[in-house]
Write a protein that binds this ligand. Structure first.
Ligand SMILES: NC(=O)c1ccc[n+]([C@@H]2O[C@H](COP(=O)([O-])OP(=O)(O)OC[C@H]3O[C@@H](n4cnc5c(N)ncnc54)[C@H](OP(=O)(O)O)[C@@H]3O)[C@@H](O)[C@H]2O)c1
Length: 415
């Protein structure tokens, strides 16, 4: 707890900080460093009135004492219980917790509105990149057609190491862990689940509809091989973990998958732990925002921006929340990779299975190596369910070695 003897009591605003890890400790430092500027700007001097960790503080007591609650613990419990307590008391909450909002947002946002309390979450998506403000405020009256994002810094760091340094997935992951960009248990990031949570929030903002984590289809990067990155280099492509939220008719599709992008795409050259989001709308064409997606100080800066908005009494972005259905089927072009026995008839059998699912092949390359061959194909756009069925059937053919890989290819037609 800090205090400022020179500030008069009436101007003090008590900030309860739930969580003092990477982001929480950076926020506490920034609050102290920037207190004079914030007071000059808002007329209110922020003072940390309580801090909760696993071994320090009482969550309920901190919430009850503070004027503004900043939740930086992550996870569902006890974060949800304490955020609800604050909102029910009409207290503003700032959080960076995408897992909480993407799973409980459909209850927490109405609870905030019903109690006239702010619920702000700029840092929950893409760290310091101010995408929540841009979608929820600046572009709130703009019809958004599609949002693409690289919204997970860990996976982008790993893919960049594989692409630029020729590291295997395992080496690049170890590198990311040593450099502090990946957790000891990286599952949440490498499975695509973290990016799925962020894309659910972006879809909510872009389309004013409830989207929960369960509505997002996602695949991670843990099955990618160095050969896929080599293919990308050979054909002037970038391989990225891309989140897409798009309106298809009156329905919404939100998904996260590895994707080959042409180098001309704004996300293709976003490297390392950086994040970027591209917004497409007929009114504004295309806007891309890019910056640090994680890290204590960058993320805490975004949190502090939300705290200052709360102190200013800024209006909450308003949404005409609705419930749009999930789009039933999405079309994608695919890159397919099969390791097969080098024997006659292999290509025609694979082509036959694809034909059965009405998937047409755009290009094919076959390379033999001893008794084995590598078969690489690019398909035209096909329903994803048809591709899944075809891959299942091809994987069962006797001459296929290992697991076939199917990776989406960005297609201008379909974007
Ligand atoms: N790190 C980033 O770069 C980044 C970027 C964007 C968003 N975020 C989000 O920001 C939030 C915080 O992330 P972080 O990286 O700062 O996490 P962190 O370093 O793991 O810190 C979490 C803090 O919360 C406390 N905590 C966790 N569970 C608790 C419990 N059950 N009871 C009491 N205290 C508990 C921890 O206590 P102990 O100190 O006792 O362990 C720790 O102080 C998360 O929602 C995360 O998704 C993080």
């Amino acid at each position: 707890m800090s205090s400022n003897p020179s500030a008069d009591e009436g101007s003090i605003v008590k900030i309860g900080v739930l969580g003092r890890g990477t982001v929480g400790s950076a926020l506490i430092t920034l609050l102290e460093e920037r207190a004079d500027v914030i007071q000059a700007e808002t007329g209110l001097r922020p003072v940390v009135s309580g801090v909760l960790t696993r071994s320090l503080g009482n969550g309920e007591g901190i919430v009850d004492e503070a004027d503004v609650i900043v939740e930086l613990m992550g996870g569902l419990e006890p974060a949800e219980r304490l955020v609800r307590r604050a909102l029910e008391a009409g207290k503003p909450v700032v959080t960076a917790n995408k897992q909480l909002l993407s799973r409980r947002g459909h209850e927490l946002f109405p609870l905030a509105s019903a109690n006239g309390a702010a619920l702000r979450y700029e840092a929950a998506v893409a760290g310091a990149v101010p995408i929540v403000r841009v979608l929820g405020d600046t572009l709130s009256a703009t019809p958004v057609e599609r949002v693409h994002g690289i919204v997970n810094g860990t996976t982008n760091y790993i893919l960049t190491a594989m692409a630029h340094r020729g590291e295997s997935y395992a080496e690049a992951l170890k590198d990311a862990q040593d450099a502090g960009f990946a957790e000891a248990d990286p599952t949440e990031d490498v499975s695509g689940s973290d990016a799925a949570a962020k894309m659910a929030l972006l879809a909510m903002l872009a389309f004013g509809t409830w989207v929960s984590h369960e509505d997002v289809d996602f695949t991670g990067i843990d099955k990618l091989a160095l050969e896929d990155l080599e293919f990308a280099r050979e054909f002037d492509l970038a391989l990225k973990l891309v989140g897409t939220a798009e309106k298809i008719g009156d329905a919404v599709s939100v998904r996260v998958h590895p994707m080959f992008l042409p180098l001309s795409h704004p996300l293709a050259r976003v490297d390392g732990s950086y994040n970027a989001v591209t917004i497409e709308s007929p009114h504004v064409e295309e806007i891309t925002l890019q910056g640090p997606g994680a890290g204590g100080v960058p993320t805490a800066s975004a949190v502090l921006g939300d705290v200052i908005s709360v102190l200013h009494g800024a209006d909450e972005p308003k949404h005409a929340w609705q419930t749009l259905p999930k789009a039933p089927e999405v079309l994608s072009a695919f890159y397919l990779h099969f390791d097969v026995d080098d024997e006659p008839g292999v290509l025609s059998e694979v082509a036959q299975v694809l034909g059965l699912q009405k998937i047409s092949i755009r290009s094919v390359a076959q390379k033999g190596a001893g008794g084995a061959a590598r078969l690489v194909m690019i398909t035209h756009r096909a329903p994803e369910s048809a591709m899944e069925a075809a891959i299942g059937m091809i994987g069962g053919l006797g001459f296929v070695r290992g697991e076939p890989r199917a990776i989406r290819v960005f297609d201008e037609e379909n974007a």
